[in-house]
Ligand binder design. Structure first.
Ligand code: NAD
Length: 261
């Protein structure tokens, strides 16, 4: 059988995809031919415009559906409203940094809900559709922090380790079917949010851009280079391709060597 990355006719739902990594993944899946469903919790003109632009550029079906990934019922509703879900990318995520005794309870609850529980709900709603279609791919966007820890990020690290565990269980429950479940573990990725932090970091440390990026922001990333949203999109397309049909229940690090340290 020829190995293909052609995803024509497949529908991909990408949570948290009106910016950053999720949007990058949606664009690469659409370039590979998949119809895409974008999502976030807002319902602005520009959210829908992103879907229209992808449809125009890639010649695929593209829609934006508002759903709040902190609410289980809305996570399940997103998949129902999508109508099909051959590829599920659980990407929505937030961060908060504080020591454990000071960590606000509502931040803990929100991070666990958005970064972890949402993937349980969307997966529960999507697996019956994948089974009915006879094919499926679950791609969970974890983090280098799904495999290692740092201080002051307790909720994020607990959620990201949790999603790696959820990925393994999803893979075992679907192991004998043409469905796979894997987690991508990015290191530091150059998203608009990260880009926007660079001038502040330069000022705070009195360093030029290259030095602050190498020595401060990428201190733990041996490549001393950011991953890009296009690379994460390409990794997702690979996991959806025939070549990856026997890759399931595992993690792929896109972290410039972070977890090799
Ligand atoms: P981002 O803030 O650009 O994207 C997060 C997305 O999630 C946005 O589209 C946002 O609207 C959405 N979102 C937030 N709360 C939501 C909610 N309640 N309901 C629905 N959508 C919601 O950040 P990003 O860097 O692109 O992060 C995307 C994913 O990648 C996250 O899971 C993050 O943990 C992970 N990640 C990012 C990096 C990095 O360096 N940027 C590294 C490792 C992992």
């Amino acid at each position: 059988m020829a190995i293909t990355t052609d995803l024509s006719g497949k529908t991909a739902v990408i949570t948290g995809s009106n910016s950053g990594i999720g949007l990058g993944i949606a664009r690469e899946l659409a370039k590979a031919g998949a119809n895409v469903v974008l999502n976030s919790f807002t319902d602005r003109k520009e959210d829908h415009a992103l879907a229209e632009e992808i449809a125009d550029v890639c010649g695929v079906g593209a829609r934006y559906i508002k759903a709040d990934m902190s609410k289980g019922a809305e996570c399940r509703q997103l998949i129902e409203e999508a109508g099909a879900c051959d590829i599920l990318v659980n990407n929505a995520g937030i961060q908060h940094v504080a020591a454990i005794p000071d960590f606000p309870i509502e931040k803990w609850d929100a991070i666990i809900a958005i970064n972890l529980s949402s993937a349980f709900h969307t997966t529960a709603a999507a697996l019956p559709m994948m089974r009915a279609a006879g094919w499926g791919r679950v791609v969970n966007i974890a983090s280098a922090h799904g495999l290692t820890a740092s201080p002051y990020k307790s909720a994020y690290i607990a959620a990201k380790h949790g999603i790696v565990g959820l990925t393994k269980t999803t893979a075992l429950e679907t192991a004998e079917e043409p469905i796979t479940a894997n987690a991508i573990c990015p290191g530091y990725v150059l998203t608009p949010l990260v880009e926007a932090q660079i001038p502040d970091q330069m000022k705070a440390h009195g360093m030029d851009r290259d030095t602050v990026v190498r020595e401060v922001m990428l201190a733990r990333q041996p490549s001393k280079d950011f991953a890009t949203v296009e690379q994460l999109g390409g990794t997702t397309v690979f996991l959806c391709s025939d070549a990856a049909a026997q890759i399931t229940g595992t993690t792929i690090s896109v972290d410039g060597g972070w977890t090799a340290l």
